[in-house]
Design a protein around this ligand. Structure first.
Ligand code: GTP
Ligand code: MG
Length: 428
């Protein structure tokens, strides 16, 4: 007997002829309507040295003037500036975020210039991952800030890539779709440009830098994308100035010797870039970001957090099991930590007790010493007092004896005087 599940499973799948119109052929239209109503978002990161024409190219690409003054380049390091705009074309709404580097290549030591860019890209992945991991997710109206395309602006030197370019692109290639472009291509001659493109491509290959390849698996775009892949890196000129050429207004840059028409494919690859980036491959860039770069970030992050799909015997390992294992591991660690802390506490208390006992003993000894000292002092003083008292007594005795002697002497002196007076009277 055929159940609904078995109809769609493997070899048991049957093709059932329909005897009339059912209506599920409108599914693609339903999808289109839903997507159009919901709107789209696209995030571009422009990486390139100061003044290479990043802002001008964005204005030229989207045929508008995005507000924003030239960035200040006096900061000590590289910074990223992000601006989001709501754009509308026909009835399609696009939330466009343009992120641009500020001060890239301005420092004397350029060793860490790539770091803020990598951190920014990772931060957007992390924000999405956190939203995904929430219990109540609102991904359908979440503002996805993950970078879908990184336009890497190469200076039109005509020589080779700078080491800063190679290092930065290498650090970014597993995180974002890199589309290298030669900026200000009007500053380089046609023959030099061909050689420069070859040189850049060979340097990217020899350094193992993976740049974004326009997909060739979809038949409808395989041919154009295949041809365009061979034109990479695109050499672009940007301008928001409109000049009258013939009887048409065109975006161009005018020089004393002539005019560079931005949208003329004989002059530069601007149209190719616009076609590839916006008209043909915008959805693929969004998809690659989600299925390739974000997936890699998510996988590494979840593995870092201890999640895995299989156990050491390669048997499937469910999220629940991972959770239980992690929880037990965590509880075990917590217990160990608690025990260690308890031991440490007991040890500390013992140490403190011993310290206090030692201090008490010292205090007792000190007290005894002081007491003995005090007693000695007291005894000394008492002895001294006693000897002084003895002296005082002796003195008093001597004094009394002296007084006695003196009074006796006086008495004796008095009777002598009377006797002498009597003798004197008798004499007369
Ligand atoms: P910061 O944001 O300050 O890093 O500069 P930026 O890369 O955004 O450059 P911006 O677009 O401000 O352009 C800097 C200067 O280069 C301006 O004077 C532009 O007119 C000029 N410029 C922009 N694009 C091109 C170009 O394709 N060719 C030439 N020759 N000059 C250009
Ligand atoms: Mg700018």
């Amino acid at each position: 007997m055929w159940g609904p599940a078995s109809i769609f499973q493997g070899e048991g799948c049957r093709t059932v002829p329909l005897s009339g119109h059912v209506g599920f052929d409108s599914l693609p239209d339903q999808l289109v309507n839903k997507s159009v109503n919901h709107g789209f978002c696209f995030n571009i990161l422009c990486v390139g040295e100061t003044g290479l024409g990043k802002s001008t190219l964005m204005d030229t690409l989207f045929n508008t003037k995005f507000e924003g003054d030239p960035a200040s380049h006096s900061q000590p390091g590289v910074q990223l500036k992000s601006s989001t705009y709501d754009l509308q074309e026909s009835n399609v709404n696009l939330k466009l975020t343009v992120v641009s580097t500020m001060g890239f290549g301005d420092q004397i030591n350029k060793e860490d210039s790539y770091k803020p860019i990598v951190e920014f890209i990772d931060a957007q992945f992390e924000a999405y991952l956190q939203e995904e991991l929430k219990i109540k997710r609102v991904l359908h109206n979440y503002h996805d800030t993950r970078i879908h395309a990184c336009l890497y602006f190469i200076a039109p030197t005509g020589h080779s890539l700078k080491s800063l370019d190679l290092v930065t692109m290498k650090k970014l290639d597993s995180k974002v779709n890199i589309i290298p472009i030669i900026a200000k291509s009007d500053a380089i001659s046609k023959s030099e440009l061909t050689k420069f493109k070859i040189k850049i491509t060979s340097e990217l290959v020899s350094n193992g830098v993976q740049i974004y390849q326009f997909p060739t698996d979809d038949e409808s775009v395989a041919e154009i994308n295949g041809t365009m892949n061979a034109h990479l890196p695109f050499a672009v000129t940007g301008s928001t100035e409109e000049l009258k050429i013939g009887n048409k207004m065109m975006k161009a840059r005018q020089y004393p010797w002539g005019t560079v028409q931005v949208e003329n494919e004989a002059h530069c690859d601007f149209v190719k870039l616009r076609e590839m980036l916006i008209r043909v491959n915008m959805e693929d860039l969004r998809e690659q970001t989600h299925t390739h770069h974000y997936e890699l970030y998510r996988r590494c992050k979840l593995e870092e957090m201890g999640f895995k799909d299989t156990d050491p015997d390669s048997k499937p390992f469910s999220l629940q099991e991972t959770y239980e294992a992690k929880r037990n591991e965590f509880l075990g660690e917590l217990q160990k930590k608690e025990e260690a802390m308890r031991q440490m506490f007991v040890q500390r208390v013992k140490e403190k007790e011993a310290e206090l006992k030692e201090a008490e003993k010292e205090l007792h000894e000190k007290f005894d010493r002081l007491k003995k000292l005090h007693q000695d002092e007291k005894k000394k003083l008492e002895d001294k007092k006693k000897s002084l008292d003895d002296e005082v007594n002796a003195f008093k005795q001597r004094k009394t004896a002296a007084e006695l002697l003196q009074s006796q002497a006086q008495q004796a002196g008095g009777s002598q005087t009377i006797k002498r007076d009597k003798e004197r009277k008798n004499f007369f």
